[in-house]
Structure formats: C-alpha cells, structure tokens
Design a binder for this molecule. Structure first.
Ligand code: FES
Length: 355
C-alpha cells in the first residue's frame, strides 16, 4: 500500500455537512441500533468526503466522530486504513488508476505515463483544480483491464489514446461516457458474442428432455400373488366365454338372464348334489357359472331359470325337478327325502353323475 500523507493544513478549522446530506446520514444511522451507531462510521466518512470536495480533512473526521460519539483516534484509524478515503485535497475529477497485476499486464504502466503527462505527479492537483490522480489496488474490474475510476464511474478497456481523450474532455468540462471504451457490452466479448450463439440455447426448444443417458432399466413387473378367489373368477369367465362361443355355433344367443356369479370361500360351498336332479357333472357346471350355494339357486328368477336351462341344454328340467323349492328348504337348514338319502350315502348318483 502506498504511503498516504495526511494534509493537516489544507483542511482549515471547520467542516459542516451540507443540509441535503442530513437525510442520507439519517438513512445510514437508522440501519444500526442505538448502541451500535459507530457501525455507521464508514458511510458517514464517505458522505463527509463527498461534502469536502473529495477528501477527508481533520475537521471532517472530528465531525463524524462527534456525531457517532466515537474517540477521534478510532475514526482516524478507519479513515487512514481504507484507501477509498483520501487524506489530502484532490481535483474535481480524481482519477484512481488500477496498477494491480491484471491491469498492469494489460498496459496500466502506459496509462500511468498518460496521467503523469496530462495531470502531473501522483496527488498533484492541476492549477485549474480539475484533475488529480493516484494509483490504487484492484478495483474489481479485472476482466475489463486496464481501467481507472474517476469519481464514482469506471472507465474500462483503456488504451493510452482513449485515456488521453477522457482526460481531455474532463479538462474542457465535457462529461465522457463511462464503461468499456471498446466495442463490447459490460464484460461481454469485444465485437459481440463468440460462443453460445446458437439461438436454440435461449428459445426454450432444448428444454424438452427426450431421453436421459444411462437411464436405469425399468424394474421388472412383480410376479402376481396367487389369489384362489380371483383364479376361480377368471375360470368362470373363461368358461362362460367359451360356452357362449360354443353356443354361438349352435344358437345365436342364450335366452333369459344369467344368474349373478359370486366368489365364495370353498369351505362355504354347499353340496349341490343334495338337490335332486343335480349330479356331479351339473354341480361342476353350476360351480363354473359361479353358483355354489342353495341360497343362490333359491333366489333364481324365472329369467335365471330360462338362462341356466338354455345354457345347460335341458329345457324345463329345473321346474320339473323343483330345484328352487328344494334349494329353499335346504338353504333354510331343512332336509328333503332325497337329501337324507344323499347324506346317508344311499344315492349313487350323488357320487356319479346321473345325467
Ligand atoms: S487488477 Fe485492475 S481492476 Fe483488478
């Protein structure tokens, strides 16, 4: 860091903030609680510097210390540590020339020569009071090196010629245009973008991901869990479908209305062979239709009877053998003469199909 000398003489004996600055002081002080007001020392020193023609006099530092109730030495320590605070008079336009490595590699030395030629030695103020300059450390605009800061503005991508022009304008009271002094926007490439120029990068057309590379193979479908009830239902549906298909060759359609089919735990199946007229073969056929209990047969409607007789190809037999009457009695827990014989093992047809 360059040695910075404090000019005790030039600052006079007094300093006062401009009236319009008071609002800004209140703004900064309001950011800190009452017991932490000294935290506002840097913004207040910055405002004092602006109100004191760009530098901090000793009276200006005292004014800040008094307002924040800080010891003078504490404010002095802050002001002398940060190079953003200047300790001696500067010109109306003070040039801070970055001399750190990136700017130095990009030609800062030649810019220094321009400053010396156009203004004079470091911290010298031109006779008209317009210009002064100093060398500072990196100002954070290295990508636009070499550069200078003049008051609050950056002038970047400088050459000796462009800096000479800028200083000439300031001497003549003309405001130069800040920012990059070459054909580029901010830090974008000179002459326009050199990469990422495909419009598809920005029009949203690439947002739709079609396939993901190395996408894991989908997990195999789990083996279906055995379900006897579902298996029975599928068998019934298959039987009905095949029966209907077979019937379709002989008869166009089955008359009546098919009885409701259900799935029932096998343990709850009735022995339908206890109904006279139902042997093992008919019992199997009824089971395949989803008919397992006396109660189901007892609830058949005339249309159901027509459908079953048509489907099993024995017209009139259900009524003739009174299946429904027998089923009602057996469903209620009663017995028939035939069921007693079946239960006693006296009816061979209840073991071998009688049909
Ligand atoms: S080195 Fe000059 S701005 Fe960073």
């Amino acid at each position: 860091m360059a040695l910075r000398r404090f000019d005790l003489e030039a600052g006079g004996d007094t300093f006062a903030f401009r009236p319009e600055t008071e609002e800004k002081i209140a703004f900064w002080r309001a950011k800190y609680p009452a017991e932490k007001q000294r935290s506002a020392v840097i913004p207040l020193l910055w405002l004092a510097q602006k109100d004191n023609n760009g530098w901090l006099s000793e009276p200006a530092m005292r004014e800040v210390a008094d307002r924040l109730q800080m010891p003078y030495i504490r404010v002095y320590e802050v002001a002398t540590f940060y190079t953003m605070f200047r300790l001696q008079p500067v010109g109306k336009y003070h040039v801070q020339l970055c001399g750190t490595t990136p700017c130095q590699l990009r030609g800062a030395d030649k810019l220094k020569e321009v400053c010396k030629k156009e203004i004079g030695d470091k911290m010298y103020v031109t006779d008209d009071g317009r210009l002064s300059w100093e060398e500072v450390e990196c100002l954070g605009a290295c990508v636009n090196a070499p550069m200078v800061q003049i008051n609050d503005d950056y002038y970047e991508d400088l050459t000796p010629e462009s800096l000479t022009q800028i200083l000439g304008k300031l001497k003549n009271g003309v405001e130069p245009t800040p920012g990059p002094q070459v054909d580029r926007v901010n830090s974008a490439p000179q002459g326009g973008a050199k990469a990422l120029t495909d419009p598809a990068l920005f029009d949203g057309s690439r947002n739709a991901i079609r396939t993901l590379p190395n996408l894991p193979a989908p997990a195999p479908e789990p083996e279906p869990v055995a379900d006897p009830a579902q298996d029975a239902l599928k068998a019934i549906q298959k039987t009905i479908a095949s029966g209907a298909g077979a019937a379709a060759g002989e008869k166009k359609e089955t008359a009546g209305e098919r009885p409701p089919m259900v799935t029932i735990d096998p343990a709850a199946h009735d022995d339908l062979k206890r109904v006279k007229g139902i042997g093992p073969k008919n019992e199997d056929a009824l089971n395949e239709l989803g008919i397992y209990t006396f109660k189901q047969i007892a609830e058949w409607t005339p249309e159901n009877v027509d459908w079953v007789e048509d489907f099993l190809s024995f017209p009139g037999r259900i009524e003739r053998e009174n299946w429904i009457g027998q089923a009602k009695l057996l469903a209620a827990g009663g017995e028939t003469e035939f069921s007693k014989r079946v239960d006693a093992g006296e009816v061979p047809s209840s073991k071998d199909d009688e049909d």
